[in-house]
Write a protein that binds this ligand. Structure first.
Ligand code: NDP
Length: 331
């Protein structure tokens, strides 16, 4: 008989999905070249969506969610990895079409894995997770466009959330003057501790303005919120500024006109962490482990959970109530 281990198991009954801890074995795991002892995972908005049928992230239940994992290799059929290697996996099909990180053991394709970058522990990697990586990709897009702290102030929306909180900390560490927009006034103090120079309400960050352009205030915007507000925010970007768009907690659609693009040369940078090409993936993780390492997040904005506490955490993130990063200690 194979060794049993614990996993957070989602099952569907009468159209409703519920999760509980179940003992499973490697024979229950999907195909892949590398078997991993998962030490840490985390909670992202997409994990919340995976835990409800209406989220339309997972096609078939029963399912083990968790879009991120970090741990060590138990066995590998791929020459790039060997037993004992410290690895991390985010994106691709993990926790969406392939059993994910909420399991003491996971088996994944070698192409999805990277070795933990020097300077980052498995715990720190999962405090960052997909949300932190997405924040890193957003910062990379802004810097690649030539924006520097001298270009002017930057805005981060959804700042108390996962992507937002890490973006605030990285940009502040790099010397940017950061304005953090958050609907949670009680978290404004935390945002200051993460490095925000100013805090504003959600309404202020998406106030509808008449006409095709507003005041060109922001050198760049990190926007994991999306929705109608994104159209308004595009009007407030300064000449040759960038809006790095990664999310949809505020909605999936926005309207805009050509004016920010043809009169101010604004760039709308789409951020996708899931299929991010490996060279960029490695580069962003290396920076997150080094010069961008957002120490303030590790010190101020981490809530550590067990597998048993996942149902609450998943429902909180769906309600927009999660603050900072939710780390899951798996084994
Ligand atoms: P969180 O829930 O941690 O953060 C989202 C934040 O958005 C909330 O904390 C809240 O911040 C704000 N918010 C919530 N509801 C609303 C609303 N109705 N209107 C305006 N703001 C709202 O999620 P994550 O940080 O994990 O993810 C953020 C978004 O980014 C999600 O849509 C997710 O799917 C997307 N994402 C995309 C990735 C990609 O590859 N493109 C990868 C990772 C995430 P506050 O209260 O401070 O305003």
């Amino acid at each position: 008989m194979t060794e049993k281990f614990r996993a957070f198991w989602l099952e569907e009954s009468e159209g409703k999905v519920t999760g509980s801890i179940k003992e499973i074995g490697t024979e229950d795991l999907p195909q892949g070249e590398v078997l991993i002892r998962v030490r840490y995972s985390d909670v992202n908005y997409k994990d919340g969506l995976a835990s409800i049928k209406e989220g339309r992230v997972v096609r078939e239940y029963p399912f083990v969610p968790g879009i991120d994992l970090a741990g060590e290799v138990i066995a590998s059929e791929d020459s790039r990895f060997a037993a004992g290697d410290q690895v991390l996996c985010t994106g691709y099909g993990l926790g969406v079409s392939h059993f994910g990180g909420y399991s003491e053991q996971a088996r994944v394709p070698a192409d999805w894995l990277i070795k933990l970058p020097q300077g980052l522990s498995a715990r720190e990697a999962m405090i960052l997770g997909t949300a932190g990586f997405t924040a890193g990709m957003s910062v990379e897009a802004i810097l690649r466009a030539g924006i520097t702290p001298d270009s002017g102030p930057v805005l981060v929306t959804g700042a108390s959330g996962g992507v937002g909180s890490v973006a605030v900390a990285i940009l502040a560490k790099l010397g940017f003057e950061v304005t953090a927009s958050s609907g949670k006034e009680q978290e404004w103090e935390l945002l200051k501790k993460l490095g925000a120079a100013r805090t504003v309400s959600r309404e202020e960050a998406q106030a509808p303005s008449k006409g095709p352009l507003g005041k060109g205030t922001w050198a760049a915007i990190v926007d994991p919120v999306g929705g109608a507000g994104t159209g308004e925010r595009l009007k407030t970007i300064a000449y040759r500024g960038v809006l790095a768009l990664s999310g949809l907690t505020g909605g999936g659609d926005f309207g805009t006109s050509v004016h920010p693009f043809i009169l101010r040369g604004v760039t709308l940078a789409g951020i996708d962490s899931v299929q991010c090409p490996v060279p960029l993936r490695l580069d962003v993780w290396k920076k997150l482990a080094g010069e961008w390492k957002p120490d303030a997040v590790f010190e101020q904005a981490v809530h550590e959970l067990t597998l048993e506490q996942l149902p609450d955490a998943l429902s909180r993130i769906l309600k927009g109530q999660a603050v900072g990063r939710q780390l899951v200690k798996v084994s």
